[in-house]
Write a protein that binds this ligand. Structure first.
Ligand SMILES: Nc1ncnc2c1ncn2[C@@H]1O[C@H](COP(=O)(O)OP(=O)(O)OP(=O)(O)O)[C@@H](O)[C@H]1O
Ligand SMILES: NCC(=O)N[C@@H]1O[C@H](COP(=O)([O-])[O-])[C@@H](O)[C@H]1O
Ligand SMILES: [Mg+2]
Length: 392
């Protein structure tokens, strides 16, 4: 039971990170009559346009976060990206604030070391072999042990930023420089992983709510330069692989706890399923659920956070998503080809409305459904390929 937004009886949700995923979270919260506050590092971020209020601040600055949170006193603090002053979230949680799903989940998943050590070393989940390094010299030693190719990533980054595949010793210095440059918090620490020759990779959306744990149908995806290009649901998998995937997802999400949606990233290999990483929040590849499920990953997240039951999640139709990315930096641009994209059957487009483009920045997504996944993938690709960014 709660009252309307902007009244003392209302419920208030504060979102840390206001991109395309947060925009959908806010809209779902609005549908349930929740007051919403959006925070990000830049003005006019996608979720800010649909929230009641917004703040622009450096979210890695704990004191700045505390000031906003003490002023707003939200019922729910909902991290939307990983690069947040999560130690401050742990502190605020100990003072009685509710961090989604938990402050510990946000802290552990903000850096690849925290979550990888928990998954592989404490929980014994199968992962790619890995090492950590603080210098090029350490990286050289680690790469020699793991062999080539190997994958090098900043300890804190997402959407493939700073990530590269290193094919030989000669490339190490460049990969090191790229990782240090691309990391969010400018920490000189990286993870190097053995290259996994997977058959496919999936996101297993796993929602923890008052009703228990529920799994969505597996989402297959393809990635380029560490960032997602297309995703589809359901991804065809053997029963044995589905069982393994759900078991891994249950283990890691039980450990992290709380209520909300998790995106569990897994590699399907000839030797079984490997854990890759997990987002304690909606996942970019899960945008496809806006057209495939009765409750999207965003609706599920909000419903779980508010403590409402989720008795079931239904897959209504096969579907696919395909992204539109910018290829240069500009603050003066338009997105074209929308008519062409929308002339395709069973197709929708989400324009995120980001104020600036950057090379590789995701600007929109095309969403299509069809009677089978392959057809949906083809239509979503065609729709996304009709879209373009026109720079002025
Ligand atoms: N060890 C590996 N072997 C082979 N491919 C890998 C490996 N690690 C990552 N990749 C590829 O790079 C992609 C991105 O990696 P990862 O998920 O670790 O980065 P990320 O920056 O956190 O991405 P996002 O934020 O989009 O989830 C993976 O989905 C996979 O396609
Ligand atoms: N893989 C994580 C992911 O997709 N996160 C989504 O991208 C936004 C950042 O986009 P930007 O870098 O274009 O500002 C985040 O705010 C989130 O919505
Ligand atoms: Mg990932």
């Amino acid at each position: 039971m709660y009252g309307s937004p902007l009244t003392p009886q209302g419920r208030k949700l504060l979102l840390l990170g206001s991109g395309e995923l947060g925009k959908e979270v806010i809209m779902e919260a609005q549908r349930l009559g929740v007051e919403t506050v959006a925070v990000d590092r830049y003005a006019n971020a996608p979720a800010m346009g649909v929230a009641h209020r917004s703040y622009v601040t450096d979210m890695l600055d704990g004191d700045a976060l505390r000031r906003i949170i003490e002023e707003e006193r939200p019922h729910y603090i909902v991290p939307e990206i990983e690069a947040i002053a999560t130690d401050m979230l742990v502190e605020l949680e100990s003072e009685g604030y509710h961090v989604v799903p938990t402050a510990r989940a946000a802290r552990l998943t903000m850096d690849r070391e925290g979550i990888r050590r928990l998954a592989a070393e404490k929980l014994g989940l199968p992962t790619a072999p890995y090492r950590f390094a603080d210098s090029l010299v350490q990286l050289e030693a680690a790469a020699e042990e793991l062999g080539y190719p190997c994958v090098i990533k900043p300890i804190m980054s997402s959407s493939g930023k700073g990530q590269s595949v290193c094919r030989s010793r000669e490339e190490l210095a460049d990969c090191w420089g790229y990782a240090i440059e691309g990391g969010r918090a400018k920490k000189n620490r990286i993870i190097v992983e053995g290259f996994v020759r997977f058959q496919s990779e999936i996101t297993l959306l796993t929602v923890r709510s008052v009703s228990g744990t529920a799994f969505c149908a597996p989402i297959g995806h393809t990635q380029k330069d560490g960032d997602y290009i297309e995703s589809w649901q359901p991804h065809e998998m053997s029963k044995a692989h589905i069982r393994e995937a759900e078991q891994i997802a249950k283990t890691i999400t039980d450990e992290l706890g709380g209520y909300g949606i998790y995106g569990v990233e897994l590699f399907i290999t000839a030797d079984g399923v490997l854990f890759s990483e997990v987002s304690p929040r909606p996942h970019d590849t899960g945008m496809v659920t806006m057209v495939t499920q009765d409750l999207s990953e965003f609706a599920l997240h909000v419903r779980a956070i508010l403590g409402f039951p989720i008795p079931s999640v239904a897959l209504m139709t096969p579907g696919a998503s395909h992204t539109l990315k910018a290829d240069r930096e500009s603050a003066s641009f338009s997105v074209g080809g929308i008519e062409e994209a929308l002339s395709l059957p069973r197709t929708q487009v989400r324009l995120f409305g980001k104020p600036e483009t950057k090379p590789g920045r995701r600007m929109a997504v095309a969403l299509s459904t069809a009677s089978d996944t392959e057809t949906a993938r083809g239509i979503a690709r065609q729709a996304a390929e009709s879209l373009y960014v026109n720079y002025e």
